[in-house]
Design a protein around this ligand. Structure first.
Ligand SMILES: [Zn+2]
Length: 383
């Protein structure tokens, strides 16, 4: 029959913050898009029974490293993403302006995962853990901007890591200005890594423009903490948020502290986006994946709807894709995550080796990518 859909996700609790939906709904997919939402949606070639599960827009991980075999950080997107509900993975600066086309050709184009990327201000990106801007010939605002503009299908903007020693003796404030110049030249956002910076956070974020992104916003290192000596969020962070700067988690191996996160949220400053910073050195813990990172915020007291929103709708807006990604309205991309909210006792560890005993955990049960069933399992994703 004419209106038969390709995939029907039935009986789940649909949470679609963009459309204000939190209710039991079926979702039908056809020709790679959401074709209907509601009840009694007719026949389907394939059905996912999502009873007891959450049906949410395909997760968008705003901070990942997927340039496998070129960077020490790179993981295989198509191994991790299907089983964790991440349909869009945003590589943040693993490739730089010298080797960006390699990321496109050898990773983005052959992957089933939708991959977008920020281009590193360092031409070589992140081949190794440290020192990507020690050789100053690697640092070029004009070349970085050119690489962003030359790859409009995949490149979102500029990435720079500002930590002690990234440019040898170079002052991080000077490197930031070069990064801003690159982002101004291509008229795209700048994502700034602020963990382990040896200057106060205010010296960095006061220069950021609307749409720029502070990643590792709740890291636990000094002197660049978002929390001051009184336990409050610094005024420059509030001012940055007011003018449209985005504060992203980027959990990572060393960049997320429960203590900082708690203090910020108690002060009324939740993160805008929840991302994993998944890479080789944290995929076996403490990060594991994006649903585990989201679970940490649930157990810090953030509501389920707010957690889902920060891994779907909010990152979709940050990457200027809120028209087709991050929601499940009719016509949206056919990217869906089916998650189970497990209850029990779960040990969840931050980057400071602090363990939170959580009562809830999000686990992916199925994922749909481009309107087709991508992965389905009733077993635990890990642990
Ligand atoms: Zn990272």
């Amino acid at each position: 029959m004419a209106d038969q859909c390709d995939v029907l996700i039935a009986n789940g609790r649909m949470i679609d913050p963009a459309n204000g939906v939190d209710a039991v709904r079926d979702v039908a997919l056809k020709d790679g898009k959401v074709s209907a939402v509601g009840h009694n949606l007719g026949q389907a070639d394939a059905v996912i029974d999502a009873a007891g599960c959450l049906v949410v827009p395909g997760l968008i991980d705003l901070h990942t490293h997927v340039y496998k075999d070129v960077s020490m950080f790179g993981i295989e997107a198509d191994e991790l993403c299907p089983r964790t509900g991440v349909t869009t993975s945003v590589d943040t600066g693993t490739a730089g302006w010298i080797n960006y086309r390699g990321l496109e050709r050898y990773v983005i184009e052959p992957s089933a995962t939708r991959i977008l990327a920020y281009v590193n201000l360092s031409g070589v990106g992140l081949p190794w853990r440290r020192g990507e801007m020690v050789y100053e010939g690697y640092v070029s605002a004009s070349e970085c901007a050119r690489a962003v503009l030359n790859h409009p299908q995949t490149a979102l903007g500029v990435k720079v890591r500002l930590y002690r020693g990234v440019g040898g003796d170079a002052d991080l404030r000077d490197l930031l200005q070069i990064a801003i110049e690159a982002a101004n030249r291509c008229e795209k956002p700048l994502m700034v890594h602020v963990s382990n910076a040896d200057v106060p956070l205010r010296d960095l974020i006061q220069h950021l423009r609307p749409g720029d992104i502070v990643t590792h916003c709740f890291h636990g290192t000094q002197p660049a903490s978002i929390i001051d000596s009184r336990g409050k969020v610094i005024s420059e962070a509030w001012e940055a948020r007011d003018r449209g700067v985005i504060f992203d988690i980027g959990h990572g191996l060393g960049s997320f502290s429960y203590d900082i996160g708690r203090a910020a949220m108690e002060d009324g400053f939740p993160p805008d986006t929840i991302s994993s910073d998944i890479h080789t050195f944290n995929i076996d813990g403490p990060v594991y994946d994006l649903p585990t990172t989201m679970s940490k915020f649930l157990n810090l007291g953030m509501s389920l709807n707010d957690v889902i929103r920060r891994a779907t709708l909010e990152p979709a807006q940050v990457i200027y894709r809120a028209d087709d990604l991050g929601h499940l309205g009719v016509g949206a991309a056919g990217d869906v995550a089916v998650l189970e909210l497990e209850t029990g006792a779960f040990a969840l560890t931050d980057s400071m080796q602090q363990v939170l005993m959580g009562a809830q955990r999000l686990v992916c049960r199925a994922s749909v990518r481009d309107g087709k069933i991508w992965w389905q399992n009733r077993e635990n994703a890990h642990g």
